[in-house]
Design a protein around this ligand. Sequence first.
Ligand code: ADP
Ligand code: MG
Length: 228
Amino acid sequence: MIHAEDAAVTYRNGVHGITGVTIDIDPGEFVFIVGSSGSGKSTFMKTLLKEVELSDGEIYVGGTDLRTIRHRELPYFRRKMGVVFQDFRLLPNKTVYENVAFAMRVTESAGRDIRRYVPAVLSMVGLAKKARAYPHQLSGGEQQRCSLARAIVNKPPLLLADEPTGNLDPDTAWEIMDLLEDINKTGTTVIIATHAKEIVDTMQQRVIALKNGRVIRDIQRGGYYDED
Ligand code: ADP
Ligand code: MG
């Protein structure tokens, strides 16, 4: 699903976002990208979306070479990925239902599919009863459930979540992580950038640790600070 080799990003001001990053992620994996603030987690996630450009090395996402993908192909490429952020990024003037339906509309799904599939996804994330609510009427956890529903409604092979629990209290954070695990069990590759140490320690999944933009650890199953 992901093949990164010696990937490097240098921002215009000369700051190194990531350096020499080599990572392979298979379809269906569940992966935590961990590291303290400024370690390069978001930079790595953004390179996967081609929101930042590689300065060196190579990255393939689902077989697509990010160095050679054409500009006009980018929207189509990005639609194959579900993306979740710390700050939810819901459309404030649309209801929960409309926020999720909108994601299907932009991919030109048939109305009949939208009417059938949006309620199913809202039930999956536990928001069936909030379909008519607006984002400001929801708790943080509910907003993140809505943004998860939106991210998976088009059944993307890959889901990227950058600090998805960063704005949530611990109990709610756990609910969101459990949902991400459920989504992974349906076959979606899930990559989560986080510094939620307790959750990472408990879930015992693959952990890739970054420090100063470099991979300092990559273990198949373990906790935040575990060594091989
Ligand atoms: P993390 O998500 O792990 O906190 P980031 O990827 O956001 O780390 O940041 C990695 C490094 O790149 C930091 O030194 C940060 O200051 C720098 N950085 C991030 N975004 C930019 C940007 N747009 N311009 C310049 N430097 C940036
Ligand atoms: Mg970040």
